[in-house]
Design a protein around this ligand. Sequence first.
Ligand SMILES: C[S@@+](CC[C@H](N)C(=O)[O-])C[C@H]1O[C@@H](n2cnc3c(N)ncnc32)[C@H](O)[C@@H]1O
Length: 357
Amino acid sequence: MLPKEGSDCTLSEFIFTSAPEASAMALNELSKAGVSSHLKSWLAPGVGLCVSSESQASCQERLSAFPPVFIRHLCFVQTSRKLEPVVETTQLCAQQLVSELPKLASDRSLAVQVRLFRRDDEETAWPWTRQELERAVSGAVLAEHPGTLLSVSEPQQIVSVVCADGHVYAGVSQVADNLSAWPGGERRFAREALVVSRAEFKLLEAIEVFALDLPRDGQALDLGAAPGGWTRVLRSFGMTVTAVDPAQLSPAVLEDPGVRHEATAAQAYLRQASGVFDVLVNDMKMDPRASVALTVSAVRALRPGGIGVLTLKLPTHTQERVVAASLTALRSVYEVTGARQLFHNRSEVTVALRRPQ
Ligand SMILES: C[S@@+](CC[C@H](N)C(=O)[O-])C[C@H]1O[C@@H](n2cnc3c(N)ncnc32)[C@H](O)[C@@H]1O
């Protein structure tokens, strides 16, 4: 078991999660942020256990000064134990974990998030399912801290439990410190029958992760809109949408009176555009340098204080360099309010922007 925060020893352990292909870049981000840590082991593809010679508070301070792009989720480990499958019951394990955690704030809502990983070469499965352990840990939390409000969808603090490599790791943190309110950053949305493209989930996730406050009844410009997923999301927020794409929109989107389809390239549209929009989104399939240059030039179509969302389609190599150069170029006219490889991004990074007032 690790010493608790506040003890003399400042050693801390944390588990970070990124897309498996981005794990080397995620590790790099830790050192760029100045977090003095080293990788102890990979618990699963893209899931690394790190040990740091600094305290949890100090690591968190560094990460909030240099928010990572490729790390989707991070949770500190305050207690860990090797699993003894013969003697361990789910309830006993849960009680011991909770008794070893720092004190929980009983006036703050709490979620218990369990992740189970098993290597292919491991013979024995875990003696519990994710749901069983989640229930047992929740029960132990309530027994030790009666009156705690358990909330899956809007927690303020999270007990994270990771079972991997024959060990159980657990820690408690404030939701903002985990970078995502969802276990491992895996934000899943219920699939509605009307969804026109998977891309919808990217925008929904961006709105949530970057806490974008879309103006109801506002005007939105959607560059690279077809088949219309993002347009549909913006409409669901009550916005009127100008959807620019030479490709066809899905019939349901096209028939919506709140959507105007401009069947042309974004460059051509922006040359003659006269309107001023509250929101500008760009999910164009385009080289990131060209897409950033176009987004920079499109700033005049956005009202001061207006919100932008852009997906950078990353090349196979030099991804870190491309992201850094893109953010620098965007900062010449925008405030970058967030940049993250979201759970729904594939070889992409989503950037949230604001036009300065
Ligand atoms: C990933 S799709 C967009 C998906 C869309 N966001 C959705 O939710 O349905 C990329 C789109 O960019 C469009 N595109 C590529 N270059 C463009 C350009 N120069 N101007 C406008 N659209 C462009 C493509 O036609 C394609 O429909």
